[in-house]
Design a protein around this ligand. Structure first.
Ligand SMILES: *Cc1c(COP(=O)(O)O)cnc(C)c1O
Ligand SMILES: [Zn+2]
Length: 418
């Protein structure tokens, strides 16, 4: 990793060599989240926008010189990243805005954004010679790790709350992971997984605790900017649970800005559910996130249900340093956003993915966005991940199927009523 200088504690600023520590700053316990610091001079001598023009690797590995892995490493064969960025004139006209784009990370191999991070996790675990990788997750990080481990025959143990959506638990079982269903919340699963790591020496992928997850997630920013011909958008809307995705987007944008590949920093708009609004409240009320107590999180958008966002330092910086905002949306708005987004774009999002769109709608209502801006909405997870949520959503907007006997007369009666 000649491209990496060191790991920096975001609380005390102390630097560590990458081979010195695996996870957090020892002086700050599990909260001492680290940032990976790169040697941009080294990178820019070897890597440019022009060199990308020649690349025919359409995955996150096209940005390998900006990732914290050895360039000679064998990457997993599952195709991660380079998800489509759709222009949506329909959404733009609905909301009265110039340009709206939807980046669909429901198209990842395990159907969520988390594949970007888990791809890095399995490589780091191999570097360490780990026999077992573990993670706690609301479901998607679990499925991502599970699928990536399956692709390279890596043993793993996964902790999820027993209330995780069936589809997500099913993915884990199909991929052959050892699955621990925790009788508690995601936050409980997270703590138990950390204890297991310390007890058994397993390699831990937990969001924020593992500093490299941000680095996988930042690749979405590279893709967005490259897909827009290096014209950075004005704003990116993304939902926030632990805050690793928004922190990762910020990191990717800072990389590009430092390299001079983009000439402005987009504003990052973090969308939270009203029932899981730790970051929104901390930001709005200027609370100290190092001392603010966990909240009791509850939302239909299970992927952003986090009582104590583990990547809160990076998440808050992402919004504050880009002059963005946190936005808080009700569960009903999140559910309503599922069919609205789907019917305008063909993109079927799980609740946490649709929340980003619900946040854009709210931001427009609150005049936080001006008409001539270029806006990217990030769908972070596929709608098939949570059928119960999707069924609630169509119920809410009153879309029901027509039941008929298998004869033309019955069908005619139905059609006559349209
Ligand atoms: C994990 C996840 C999020 C939130 O990401 P954080 O890093 O926890 O903020 C949003 N949407 C989906 C679908 C997710 O799986
Ligand atoms: Zn520290």
């Amino acid at each position: 990793m000649e491209n990496v200088l060191n790991l920096k504690c975001l609380i005390c600023g102390r630097h560590y060599r990458p081979d010195e520590i695996d996870y957090v700053c020892p002086d700050h316990g599990d909260e001492g989240v680290l940032d990976v610091i790169y040697d941009y001079d080294f990178i820019s001598r070897r890597f440019s926008k022009e060199s990308l023009l020649k690349s025919n690797d359409f995955s996150i590995w096209r940005y390998l010189p900006l990732l914290p892995v050895d360039p000679r490493v064998a990457v997993p064969s599952l195709s991660i990243g380079w998800t489509p960025l759709y222009h949506s004139p329909r959404l733009s006209s609905d909301l009265g805005l110039k340009d709206i784009w939807v980046k669909d990370d429901g198209r990842q191999p395990t159907a969520s954004f988390k594949d970007r991070a888990s791809a890095i996790a399995v490589i780091k675990a191999k570097e360490k010679g780990a026999e077992i990788i573990t993670t706690a997750s609301t479901g998607n990080a679990a499925a991502a790790l599970s699928g990536l481990c399956a692709s390279i025959q890596q043993a793993n143990v996964i902790f999820v709350p027993e209330t995780a959506p069936q589809a997500k638990i099913t993915q884990l079982l199909v991929f052959g992971s050892r699955v621990i269903l925790v009788k508690g919340t995601y936050d409980d699963a997270f703590e138990l997984c950390l204890k297991a790591t310390k007890t058994y020496g397993w390699y831990n992928r937990n969001t924020a605790y593992n500093p490299y997850m941000t680095e996988g997630k930042k690749t979405a920013s590279y893709e967005i900017c490259e897909q827009l011909d290096w014209n950075a958008p004005d704003r990116v809307f993304v939902s926030v649970g632990d805050g690793c995705i928004i922190g990762g987007l910020h990191k990717g944008l800072k990389d590009l800005f430092t390299l001079g590949w983009i000439d402005k920093m987009p504003k990052l708009m973090g969308v939270q559910a009203a029932g899981s609004n730790y970051m929104y409240a901390a930001w709005k009320n200027k609370e100290d996130i190092l001392t603010k107590m966990p909240i009791n999180a509850q939302t239909v958008a299970d992927s952003i249900s986090a009582g104590l966002p583990r990547d809160r330092i990076k998440a808050l910086a992402a919004v504050n340093e880009t002059d963005g905002a946190f936005i808080c949306v009700e569960d009903n708005d999140i559910l309503g956003a599922i069919p609205e987004l789907a019917r305008s774009t063909g993109v079927f999002a799980e609740p946490a993915g649709a929340a980003a769109y619900a946040g854009l709608v709210k931001a427009v209502e609150q005049n936080l966005v001006s008409k001539d801006e270029t806006i990217v909405v990030l769908n972070t997870g596929n709608g098939l991940k949570d059928i119960t949520g999707a069924m609630q959503a169509v119920d809410l907007v009153g879309t029901t199927p027509f039941r008929v006997a298998p004869d033309l007369e019955s069908l005619k009666q139905v059609v006559a009523g349209w």
